[in-house]
Design a protein around this ligand. Structure first.
Ligand SMILES: Cc1cc2nc3c(=O)[nH]c(=O)nc-3n(C[C@H](O)[C@H](O)[C@H](O)COP(=O)(O)O)c2cc1C
Length: 169
């Protein structure tokens, strides 16, 4: 794939626009290296421990949650538009029951880091290594947010990914 390295913060606005809009893909490989893309609408980009960090929020019910617990790395792939159908599919079907890459006709390729896959049809890519995990905590969460987003108390796990590579087509 023909893509050029960027500073991780250069595309902050583009990442946010995707998250606020149709979403981006969180791609995690299983133990055999097969990638499972899941649509995400929530993520944080910033600096922690003096390092560039991209954090993703994954509910415990997602197949992705089991995968990211075992994988050391993940990618976040941001479309530039025109992938609404794929984002809806990957945001409503589980990798437990579907080969989403195949069924969506997505082109998955090895990333620039071992253990990372990316989706070639996207425009912007972050390859990350998990360095920390925490949880959204009921006791300290705003009550209105809790009522709106967690009626089943399926609080997200939050995975902090050290950004190893960021690049764009
Ligand atoms: C626009 C959109 C944004 C989403 N954002 C998230 C998210 O940030 N975290 C999450 O756990 N699920 C999110 N979901 C739901 C998952 O993408 C969905 O449950 C998916 O089928 C899980 O796939 P998996 O079981 O293969 O992991 C989102 C869905 C959509 C449509």
């Amino acid at each position: 794939m023909n893509a050029k390295a960027i500073d991780y913060h250069d595309s902050f606005a583009e990442l946010c626009r995707a998250l606020e809009g149709e979403g981006a893909f969180l791609v995690v490989e299983d133990s055999e290296g097969k990638p499972n893309p899941m649509t995400i609408g929530w993520a944080l980009l910033g600096v922690v421990w003096g390092e560039p960090i991209l954090s993703v929020f994954v509910r415990p019910t997602r197949h992705t949650c089991g995968l990211i617990e075992k994988a050391k790395r993940f990618s976040v792939c941001v479309p530039s538009g025109g992938m609404k159908r794929e984002l809806q599919f990957c945001g409503s079907r589980s990798g437990r029951d579907h080969d989403k890459v195949k069924e969506c006709g997505l082109k998955a390729a090895p990333g620039r880091t071992k253990g990372v896959s990316v989706l070639e049809d996207c425009a912007l890519f972050f390859e990350c290594e998990t360095v920390h995990k925490t949880f959204v905590l009921k006791d300290t969460l705003d009550g209105a947010i809790q009522g709106r987003y967690y009626p089943s108390e399926d609080f997200h796990s939050v995975y902090f990914g050290r950004i190893l590579k960021s690049y764009r087509k």
